[in-house]
Write a protein of this length. Structure first.
Length: 461
């Protein structure tokens, strides 16, 4: 008998194929990435690191051939070492970093490891307010890091949707911070990294010590890799963390990129300073916060980084942004009020309360019923709480991978407006289940979505 899980995976294949994925942090990976992630490398333990000394500048063929001494705790690393070195080398080239740690199991783990590498308990961190688009791991009181370090939140300007740099500067000069963090999971502008680096410099002068400048670019890493979004490492940032899925279109996982001197991760560190941050991070990932790396996922990361280095990835990234801008304009034409009045990246935040007098959760559920998946999201100053926020967040990385373009963005905006209007009508009648009351309308919209998906297969399925 087949395992029940197998059947559920088959059902998920149908859900993914017959619907359209608009969650901006999701994507469809290639068959090659899927194969690496599902490979026999899952059998292998390899705590520690491959040696990377002397490797920068080597050709990929040489990296894949050479056998070097390593810093591992188990035998049998001959292939794993070379795979991990390829992943590190490709990541460094993609993001113009001096060093990459490819072992974090997730973006959250990557952030935790950077904090652990640089901060002491009680140290202050300046990071974006979660309610304004920041991320849980940037100081939400429910997280472990918020119990260890003191997070001071800066906000965004409600009118423009951009970071309030004046507030950031004031806070950096009012509080003796050790880390300044730019990162987000719901923000649609390109940050002014130069301005942030200047704020860091001023704060360093005032407080008389080094301040780590860190960017969490999980959402836009693919756009950065493609060179169509500013790279914080070009503007004096010391560290950039990211997930490897989202716009980067790899397996689920984390990655830490850094600038500085690359040393041996298992030798005693001479000095804790920004120049040594690559080695401090290696130590903080293993043995600091993780055990055995997931080498099957590291292999899949290497494959995805290889894909992102190809010219066609640049075209893909450009199309993500083009589609997002088209979708934003088409939604606006149909009555959607967008935070920041549009987007500069892959992500759109819509205020459903202002637009149609409905909350984000009701709308998320209704769209699910027609095969369009996005997520309810709190907006700056949201009064609806985490479970019934007023906004929704959507984006174009996944649908762009499937090949949808301008024409289809118009279709999606049209469907989204129709569903919003049905929800509005239901809400006015005190009806909390529009999917049931208007079942026929929903069924016909569901068919239209399904018909469109037939022309755009999901890679790997
Ligand atoms: N869950 C991710 C997102 O959707 O943005 C962030 O961790």
């Amino acid at each position: 008998m087949k395992d029940l899980v197998f059947d559920l995976i088959e059902q998920e294949k149908i859900r993914q194929s017959e619907g359209l994925e608009l969650i901006p942090s999701e994507n469809y990976v290639s068959k090659a990435v899927l194969e690496a992630a599902g490979s026999i490398l899952t059998n292998k333990y390899s705590e520690g690191y491959p040696s990377f000394e002397g490797v920068p500048g080597w050709s990929e063929e040489k990296i894949a051939e050479e056998i070097l001494p390593n810093f591992r705790y188990y035998g049998g690393q001959i292939n794993v070492d070379r795979i991990e070195r390829l992943a590190i080398d490709r990541a460094c080239r993609l993001f113009k970093a001096d060093h990459a740690n490819v072992q974090p199991h997730s973006g959250a783990n990557a952030n935790e490891a950077v904090y652990f590498a640089w901060l002491n308990p009680g140290d202050k961190v300046l990071a974006m307010n979660l309610g304004h688009g920041g991320h849980l791991t940037h100081g939400s009181p429910v997280t472990r890091s918020a119990k260890i370090y003191e997070f001071i939140p800066y906000g965004t300007n409600l009118a423009t949707g951009d970071i309030d740099y004046n507030e950031m500067e004031k806070l950096a000069l009012d509080h003796d911070i050790k880390l300044l963090l730019v990162g987000y999971s719901a923000f649609m502008k390109v940050p002014d990294f130069k301005r942030v680096a200047e704020i860091r410099d001023k704060a360093e002068q005032k407080w008389g010590h080094e301040i780590l400048l860190m960017a969490d670019m999980a959402h836009v890493a693919g756009l950065i890799a493609a060179g169509i979004h500013d790279n914080p490492l070009d503007f004096g940032f010391n560290v950039m963390t990211t997930t490897t899925h989202k716009t980067l279109r790899g397996p689920r996982g984390g990655l830490i990129l850094s600038k500085g001197r690359v040393g041996s991760p298992l030798k005693k560190l001479e000095e804790k300073n920004l120049e040594n941050i690559p080695t401090m991070i290696d130590k903080a990932v293993f043995p600091g916060t993780q055990g055995g790396p997931l080498e099957h996922i590291i292999a899949a990361k290497a494959v995805a980084f290889g894909e992102a280095l190809k010219p066609e990835f640049k075209t893909y990234a450009k199309n993500i942004v083009k589609n997002a801008k088209t979708l934003a304009e088409e939604l606006k034409k149909r009555g959607f009020k967008l935070i920041g009045d549009g987007t500069e990246n892959h992500l759109i935040l819509a205020d459903m309360m202002k637009s149609f007098n409905i909350n984000g959760k009701t709308y998320e559920k209704a769209l699910d019923a027609v095969g369009l998946t996005l997520n309810a999201n709190a907006l700056p100053g949201d009064t609806g709480g985490a479970f019934k926020p007023n906004g929704v967040r959507l984006g174009t990385p996944a649908i762009t991978t499937r090949g949808l373009g301008e024409k289809e963005m118009i279709e999606i905006a049209k469907w989204m407006a129709e569903v919003a209007k049905i929800c509005q009508k239901a809400d006015e009648n005190g009806d909390e289940n529009p999917e049931k009351t208007y079942a026929e309308d929903f069924a016909s919209l569901r068919d239209e979505v399904k018909n469109l998906t037939k022309n755009f297969p999901v890679p790997g399925i």
